[in-house]
Design a protein around this ligand. Structure first.
Ligand code: GRG
Length: 295
């Protein structure tokens, strides 16, 4: 096992325990809602956003216990977005992370509440744990997550996505959609991890540039996998974009140009880390993982 795999799996296992502790326990009222929240967050997913936060936190010399709270807030927002994205009023899917989607396992009203409650929990975590000695920095972290997940971030990207069904977007329009829908939260995970420690403004700017490039690369690869991989490997229904008549990098550019674009974005992400030197090695390895992943 490579050093990176060992690092990633140690963090993933420890993080799973952290999530179990931070989520409402299933025996607390209302039990069914809490069980559904835990079902939607635990035991699944690659945990890419948390790993990015951990790598950025290490770079910034941040205490792991603090980064774990920030990473949990981001992952809980991500899980909430998946629950709502899968609902019949959005992408209407039955499979997520190799399991029935939340509204299939429970019901639609519960899935709606799971998303709402997870969103609130994320902000509760960011505001009730000490994440930085400087209160203004911690407040800035709350703001970063709010902007990244709201109408100028993930939520807005989802609105453009829903509106683009059956339409031919230009490349800049598609890029805008993905920068918001997927890129904003990935970028935010990196910045929140770093904000649990200390970096210069120039280093933050370099990290942010990395985050912008790798967030977009993540979605380009997601589009490629949707068209090339099978449902069992993905743990979610493959070929959904084509079925739903959604514009993607693959429909717009073709698979081989989309792969070239992912490689270019990967190169730009790595370049952004140049001045950060050896301490940014985990971020480089995560960039490799994001672009070369098979699921
Ligand atoms: C925030 C106001 C507001 C509403 C939510 C539902 C919604 C709006 C947004 C959905 C955004 C969405 C589902 C984006 C897709 C991002 C994406 C590529 C998801 C898959 O991420 P992975 O591969 O999944 O990291 P795992 O399962 O590994 O965590």
């Amino acid at each position: 096992m490579s050093d990176f795999s060992a690092w990633a799996s140690a963090h993933q296992s420890r993080f799973e325990e952290t999530l179990k502790r931070l989520l409402p326990q299933p025996d607390i009222m209302p039990q069914r809602l809490h069980a559904a929240m835990r079902y939607s967050v635990l035991d699944g997913g690659k945990r890419v956003r948390p790993l990015l936060a951990f790598a950025a936190g290490e770079l910034a010399g941040a205490p792991l216990e603090r980064v774990e709270i920030a990473a949990a807030a981001v992952e809980i927002i991500h899980a909430y977005s998946l629950v709502h994205d899968d609902m019949p009023c959005m992408d209407d899917d039955v499979l997520r992370r190799g399991k029935p989607t939340c509204h299939v396992e429970y019901d639609e009203a519960t899935a709606l509440l799971v998303g709402d409650a997870l969103q609130s929990l994320a902000f509760q975590l960011l505001s009730e744990h000490l994440l930085n000695e400087d209160a203004a920095t911690q407040l800035q972290m709350v703001r970063l997550l709010a902007v990244a997940s709201g109408s100028r971030g993930m939520g807005g990207g989802q609105a453009i996505d829903l509106d683009s069904v059956g339409k031919q977007l230009t490349l800049p329009e598609l890029e805008q959609m993905h920068i918001h829908k997927t890129g904003a939260l990935i970028r935010c995970a990196i910045l929140l991890g770093a904000h649990c420690g200390h970096l210069t403004q120039a280093q933050f700017d370099q990290l942010d540039r990395y985050g912008k490039c790798i967030g977009l690369a993540f979605q380009v690869v997601d589009d490629i996998l949707d068209s090339e991989a099978d449902t069992a490997t993905l743990g979610k229904t493959a070929g959904k974009d084509a079925d739903n008549d959604k514009p993607t990098y693959v429909t717009l550019l073709g698979v081989s140009a989309a792969k070239k674009m992912a490689a270019e974005l990967h190169g730009q992400a790595i370049e952004a880390l140049t001045d950060l030197g050896a301490p940014a090695q985990r971020l480089r390895e995560l960039a490799d993982f994001i672009v070369m992943r098979k699921f």
